[in-house]
Design a protein around this ligand. Structure first.
Ligand SMILES: C[S@@+](CC[C@H](N)C(=O)[O-])C[C@H]1O[C@@H](n2cnc3c(N)ncnc32)[C@H](O)[C@@H]1O
Length: 224
């Protein structure tokens, strides 16, 4: 299937909004704090980081989650490289990613390094402490074909009601199939059908308080 690129509007605060899905890429309030809360803390990171740790992500978007994880990895001083594989159907242009990330001054150095070494279409990048791969295409097709296995998944599609493709039970079953024993997922969503599908796929699913004004989010661990 041919990829199309992201179609964007911008809020006055500088947050990109997808016209296709009518949803912002990250919280208008503090996207970086939300990323750390939902995806890092939600997967018990950085505490679980170890050599060769592999993060999988549905929905690369602006690269904010990647940069937050890479920064946490560097600060944890694990050594070696964090492996990060993200799946994206509608890649943003590099200039738009850089603009979206420019709101977060503390990520400036890492963002510059990433966007100097990598652009959509170039696939992989090796940087100090990071081996990153973006797999372009519809995740419903690309995840089943992936030969890798993640220790932690960041499930970050747009809202399930607007972007149901990225929350289909068959795709979530593939996420589970590509999860290491004792691996985990987290998502900002607490939608009942998403939690039920993840549970059927083999995760022990737990509801936690959400970030900011969101009441709940979901996390889970592969059942032994
Ligand atoms: C909320 S945004 C992700 C935000 C991102 N994690 C970040 O750090 O900026 C959701 C992403 O899912 C992507 N997406 C939507 N449907 C998809 C599909 N079927 N396969 C792969 N990616 C998809 C969108 O293009 C968008 O980039």
């Amino acid at each position: 299937m041919t990829n199309q690129s992201a179609d964007l509007d911008w809020t006055p605060e500088g947050v990109p909004v997808s016209r296709r899905f009518d949803d912002p890429y990250y919280s208008n309030e503090n996207g970086l704090a939300e990323s750390r809360y939902v995806f890092l803390a939600g997967n018990d990171l950085p505490a679980r980081f170890h050599g060769g740790f592999h993060i999988g992500e549905l929905g690369f978007g602006t690269g904010l989650n990647l940069l937050a994880a890479w920064q946490a990895w560097q600060e944890a001083g694990i050594g070696g490289a964090l492996l990060y594989t993200s799946f994206e159907r509608y890649p943003m242009k590099r200039a738009d990613m850089a603009r979206a990330i420019s709101r977060f001054a503390e990520l400036d150095g890492l963002a510059r390094a990433l966007f100097a070494a990598w652009a959509p279409g170039s696939g992989e990048a090796s940087l100090p402490g990071l081996r990153f791969r973006l797999i372009e295409g519809d995740a419903r097709q690309t995840v089943p074909q992936w030969s890798g296995c993640a220790d932690a998944w960041f499930l970050d599609g747009f809202a399930p009601a607007r972007n149901p493709q990225l929350w289909e039970p068959a795709l979530l079953a593939e996420v589970a199939r590509h999860t290491a024993p004792d691996g985990t997922f987290s998502t900002y969503s607490a939608a009942g059908h998403v939690r039920a599908a993840l549970s059927r796929a083999g995760f022990q699913v737990e509801r936690r308080p959400g970030f900011g004004r969101k009441r709940h989010m979901s996390v889970g661990r592969m059942a032994p």
